[in-house]
Design a binder for this molecule. Structure first.
Ligand code: ATR
Length: 282
C-alpha cells in the first residue's frame, strides 16, 4: 500500500550495492522506494561479491550497462583504487562508497558517507561541533573524519589496529590518534562520539558491543552509523546515561541521495515516508 507499482522496462536504468555480505543492506529497499515514488524506469539490486572478485564484478557491471553502484563493507578502499576519477571527499578520505559509470568509460568515485552523516546529524537537530572522537579507521571513518574536519571540527580517531588509525592521521593532517585501550577514559574531552565500526551490528563481529560511557561529558552527543539494530547497545547505553543520540539510519538515507541523482537523474527527498518505510524493515 505504501508503494506505487515499480516500472521496469527494457530501457530500465540499473544500479546496485556491492558488499560481502550484503543481505543486511537496506539500500535496495530505499532506492527502489524512490524509483517507485518518482515513477522512474529503473531497478536497484543487491550484489553480493567476495573481495577477490571485486574488480571483475565492477567491470562486469560496467560492461552490462549499469549506471553505477554503491559500495559497502569491505570494498570501500578497493573501490577507491579502482575509480579512474575521484571527487574531493573521496580523494581526501581514500575511500569510495558510490561508483558512477560514465558513458566515456570512466569510473567516477564519490565518498558520500561523511556528508550524509553530517546531514543526518543536522536533520536530527544536532549540528556537529567541538571535538569529535571516531571509533574506527576504516572507509566510513575516513569519510566521516574528512567531512567533520571540513566543517571545522577537531577530530580524533581510535582503532583496534593502531597502524590503521595512524595511516588515517597521515592522510588527514590535524587528526589526533587515541590508543584503543584509552578512549573510554579520555571521553570527557569530546562533544561528539561516533561509532564507525561494525561493532554492535547484528551479524557483526560483536553485536553486544556496549562500551562504558562513564566519563562522558553531559553535553556529549553519541552517534552510531550501524543501523541494524536501530538502537545499538552503544546508543542504549547513551540513552541510559541521558545523553543525546543520533541513529545510523539517517546517514544511510542521506548518503544515498547523491548516487541516486547521478544514476537516475532525480534529486530524491529524505522525507518522513521514506524514513518510516525503511524503519519498518529494521
Ligand atoms: P568500512 O569501509 O565500512 O568502514 P572497514 O574498512 O572494513 O569497513 O572498517 C571496519 C572498521 O571496524 C575498522 O575500524 C575495524 O578495525 P580494524 O582496523 O582494527 O580491523 C573495525 N572493527 C571490525 N571488527 C572489529 C572488532 N571485532 N573489534 C574492534 N574493531 C573492529
Amino acid at each position: 500500500a505504501l508503494l506505487p507499482r515499480q516500472i521496469i522496462t527494457g530501457k530500465a536504468r540499473l544500479a546496485g550495492v556491492l558488499g560481502w555480505p550484503v543481505s543486511h543492506s537496506r539500500s535496495p529497499l530505499l532506492h527502489n522506494y524512490w524509483l517507485a515514488r518518482y515513477g522512474i524506469d529503473g531497478a536497484y539490486v543487491p550484489l553480493p561479491v567476495a573481495p577477490a572478485q571485486f574488480a571483475e564484478a565492477v567491470h562486469g557491471l560496467q560492461a552490462a550497462g549499469f549506471r553505477g553502484a554503491n559500495v559497502t563493507i569491505p570494498h570501500k578502499e578497493a573501490a577507491y583504487a579502482l575509480a579512474t576519477e575521484l571527487d574531493h571527499t573521496a580523494q581526501r578520505a581514500g575511500a569510495v562508497n558510490t561508483l558512477i559509470f560514465e558513458a566515456n568509460g570512466a569510473i567516477r568515485g564519490l565518498s558520500t558517507d561523511g556528508d550524509g552523516f553530517v546531514a543526518s546529524m543536522e536533520s536530527a537537530g544536532h549540528k556537529p561541533q567541538g571535538k569529535a572522537l571516531l571509533l574506527g579507521a576504516g572507509g566510513a571513518a575516513r569519510s566521516v573524519a574528512a567531512a567533520l574536519q571540513d566543517r571545522g571540527l577537531h577530530v580524533a580517531v581510535t582503532n583496534r589496529t593502531d597502524a590503521r588509525a595512524h595511516a588515517l592521521a597521515e592522510a588527514l593532517p590535524g587528526l589526533d590518534v587515541v590508543p584503543w585501550a584509552m578512549w573510554e577514559q579520555q571521553l570527557g574531552a569530546y562533544s561528539l562520539l561516533v561509532n564507525t565500526t561494525s561493532l554492535g551490528m547484528e551479524g557483526g563481529p560483536d553485536p553486544m558491543f556496549r562500551p562504558s560511557l562513564h566519563h562522558a561529558a553531559p553535553h556529549l552527543v553519541v552517534a552510531d552509523i550501524v543501523y541494524v539494530p536501530r538502537i545499538t547497545p552503544l546508543l542504549a547505553e547513551a540513552e541510559q546515561k541521558g545523553l543525546k543520540t543520533v541513529e545510523g539510519l539517517g546517514m544511510l538515507l542521506h548518503q544515498a541521495r547523491l548516487g541516486f541523482r547521478e544514476w537516475f537523474g532525480q534529486d530524491p527527498e529524505v522525507d518522513a515516508g521514506l524514513e518510516a518505510y525503511v524503519r519498518a524493515s529494521l
